[in-house]
Ligand binder design. Structure first.
Ligand code: ADP
Length: 197
């Protein structure tokens, strides 16, 4: 298996780049944001609870997203690898993910972290709000709250993987294809090795 975390603040381009990377490397895309929005669309109990947090720009409780990821791993046993997008977002989520993968004799091979300036992030999210239909992109206060949650709780997840030398920072500004090429180069360099030993 080859397991990749695409990391970065809201608006850094994780969703866009994920779509291209899963096609190129035949990975299963696991986006907790997409999974949560699908629960909301189906009006499940989980979705309605999660929405309360998401509408404010706050993170959904760890146990909810960890449960979702656990189910997704169990339901996708025969894949070549996973691309995690928007997960893990807290230190606890990272520890739990490592445990879940260990049980499958696997691990995170690499975290690719997109670097984008704060001004550019806000600009992109406001613009996305004009067309995405996502209520959390429509309000600059909610956008700022999400970026604050990122600095408070999520940025530290990179430290977790840096301890095991698995983080590569990639410039997340430029054209979509330029960024995609930078990410692909890093993956190609790595895929030759077994990183879970
Ligand atoms: P963005 O990266 O633009 O914030 P996402 O789709 O990744 O978009 O996330 C949207 C919202 O879903 C987040 O603001 C948060 O409330 C919730 N969410 C997504 N993933 C997680 C997670 N791993 N842990 C907690 N909350 C999450």
């Amino acid at each position: 298996m080859f397991n990749l975390i695409l990391f970065g603040p809201p608006g850094s381009g994780k969703g866009t780049q994920s779509e291209k990377l899963i096609a190129k490397y035949n990975l299963k895309h696991l986006s907790t944001g997409d999974l949560l929005r699908s629960e909301i669309a189906q009006k499940t109990h989980l979705g309605l609870e999660a929405k309360k947090y998401m509408d404010k720009g706050n993170l959904v409780p760890d146990e909810v997203v960890i449960g979702m990821i656990n189910d997704a791993l169990d339901n996708n046993r025969d894949v070549e690898g996973f691309l995690f997008d928007g997960f893990p977002r807290t230190a606890l989520q990272a520890e739990e993910l490592d445990e879940l993968l260990k049980k499958k004799n696997s691990c995170i091979d690499i975290m690719l972290a997109l670097n984008v300036s704060e001004d550019e992030l806000i600009k992109r999210l406001v613009k996305r709000g004009e067309t995405s239909g996502r209520s959390d992109d429509n309000n600059e206060q909610v956008i700022r709250a999400r970026i604050m949650e990122y600095h408070k709780k999520t940025a530290t997840v990179a430290d977790h993987y840096q301890k095991v030398h698995k983080v590569i920072f990639v410039k997340g500004e430029g054209s979509i294809d330029e960024i995609f090429n930078r990410l692909s180069e890093e993956i190609d360099r790595l895929k030759l090795n077994d990183n879970c030993l």
